[in-house]
Design a protein around this ligand. Structure first.
Ligand code: DQA
Length: 154
């Protein structure tokens, strides 16, 4: 059990449109259903999940900082298109020094050239691409295991 663990699950622009936007790439699950799935998974593992979505870069910066000030144990982030543009999000992640996992629903590696760059990747302990919405659960499990490992070392 990962009792007491707190994770911020952040989604960037257009991810509120899941289930509507380009279903061939992103599937048919809505954002609301994704959050239900994440919350159920976290509840079972006794992880507190703070799930937030914004279309605005500065809001995402604020939430990354909030994760630090609220004592979160890690961040799962799908930065959407800001992945490929945002030095501000990179700097925010680096500022917190929290373990972060970058998630992409689609397989960005097989998409346009401009999606091959991730500004955030160097500040993340892991990147999961192309595993659909299951990637979020993988990211949560990865962070939970990291924490368990750190307990073992103490
Ligand atoms: C995405 C991939 C990004 O390139 C895109 O801009 C998104 C979603 C994904 O989850 O596959 O908005 O992050």
């Amino acid at each position: 059990m990962e009792t007491g663990m707190k994770l911020y699950i952040l989604n960037g622009p257009n991810l509120n449109m899941l289930g509507i936007r380009e279903p061939a790439l992103y599937g048919n699950t809505t954002y609301a259903a994704l959050i239900e799935m994440i919350e159920a998974h976290c509840k079972q593992k006794e992880i507190e999940a703070i799930c937030l979505q914004s279309n605005h870069e500065g809001q995402l910066v604020d939430w990354i900082q909030e994760a630090y000030f609220e004592g979160a144990d890690g961040i799962v982030i799908n930065p959407g298109a800001y992945t490929h543009t945002s030095i501000a999000l990179l700097d925010a992640l680096k500022s917190t020094n929290l373990p972060a996992v970058e998630v992409h629903i689609s397989n960005v590696a097989e998409r346009e050239a401009f999606r091959q760059i991730s500004y955030l990747r160097v500040a993340c302990v892991k990147t999961i691409v192309g595993h659909g919405i299951g990637g979020y659960l993988e990211a949560i499990d990865y962070l939970a295991d990291l924490r368990k490992d750190s307990f073992v070392c103490e």
